[in-house]
Design a protein around this ligand. Structure first.
Ligand code: MN
Length: 329
């Protein structure tokens, strides 16, 4: 192998092997190295927008997935995920070299990439796209590779020279891939994608939100401590010890809610969020009871997610004194 790989590539291949071996000692190192060389040779001569060799991208995607302790086939799929789309590699060749499973996974990723290119602008189309993605992805590993692929592309998006292209990719990421990550419950992808995309779109979409928030920070510096003290008092008078923290929501979470509810920032009821920490789950409901008794509850706006009984916390969203109910975001 040594005479076919540069020293940097040998290091990258060894590092990837060691990473997987740490959580899967029975990993087939030979298969991994064959896939590594196969991908490197397929992308030979191609470069990224940064000017670097193209193959650093599949290696980075593979590493993201190995960091998540995914199985060898997922990591190999990551190494090979662009070979059918961007090189002269056929699915038959992949099947012959690595078995039908790898060929099927790479095929799934390739098909997702092709749909991405056809995805339209409106959110209705985006919703259809999300449904389609879920329907056609019988194997969640296809989605995980695609999300890791998008995460690495978003992290390196500054190298793309055209602003319109960066904007289009960031929009697609926010409208399709981040919600998809959220839906399958992989929040590390969701947040990485949201933050990277919002960074790109910040100027265009969030200038007004940020300006308005800057103005409100002033107001919130007075209001948040005031409401926190009052909440603590209400809950403790109900017999539950608690600590309360409040914050102004992030521009991204506000923007997202405006999109979802199709409202302006002024119509949004929860710009500030409060969290009340209590000793037990039962205390959560005791605290909630005290709060409901003290403040009128806006009909239809109260939500009890109760998704994590271990969390033992209750979060109340409010805007200028109007209680909007319990919210987690
Ligand atoms: Mn890719």
């Amino acid at each position: 192998m040594a005479n076919r790989l540069g020293s940097e590539m040998i290091e990258a291949a060894d590092a990837l092997f060691n990473k997987i071996h740490a959580y899967d000692p029975s990993v087939d190192g030979d298969k991994l190295k064959r896939a590594f060389i196969f991908g490197m040779e397929a992308h030979d001569g191609q470069t990224r927008a940064s000017g670097e060799p193209y193959y650093i991208h599949p290696i980075a995607v593979a590493n993201i997935l190995a960091d998540m302790r995914l199985d060898l086939d997922t990591v190999i799929t990551a190494l090979l995920h662009d070979t059918v789309e961007d090189c002269d590699v056929t699915l038959d060749a992949l099947g012959a070299a690595f078995g039908p499973n790898i060929a099927r996974l790479v095929d799934g990723v390739t098909k997702l990439s092709r749909i991405g290119l056809q995805a339209g602008q409106s959110s209705l189309q985006a919703e259809n796209f999300r449904k389609l993605l879920l329907a056609m992805s019988e194997d969640v590993r296809v989605l995980l590779v695609k999300l890791a692929d998008r995460t690495h592309n978003m992290n390196t998006i500054d190298h793309i020279p055209k602003a319109e292209k960066r904007t289009r990719i960031a929009r697609e990421t926010l409208e399709i891939y981040a919600p998809l990550a959220e839906r399958i419950g992989v929040t590390n992808f969701q947040h990485a994608l949201e933050n990277a995309a919002f960074g790109v779109l910040q100027d265009e979409m969030a200038q007004t939100i940020t300006a308005r928030l800057d103005y409100m920070v002033h107001e919130s510096e007075i209001i948040i401590p005031m409401i926190s003290v009052e909440l603590q008092d209400v809950v403790e008078r109900g017999g539950v010890e608690c600590s309360v923290s409040g914050r102004l929501k992030s521009p991204y979470s506000i923007w997202r809610k405006m999109q979802r509810k199709k409202v302006t920032m002024d119509q949004l009821s929860d710009i500030m969020a409060f969290r009340i920490l209590v000793p037990s789950t039962a205390d959560c409901y005791q605290a909630l009871g005290s709060i409901h008794a003290a403040y009128p509850n806006v009909m239809g706006r109260f939500k009890d997610y109760h998704i994590d009984p271990q969390a033992q916390w209750l979060s109340i969203a409010s805007y200028r004194g109007y209680w909007a109910g319990k919210s987690q975001d």
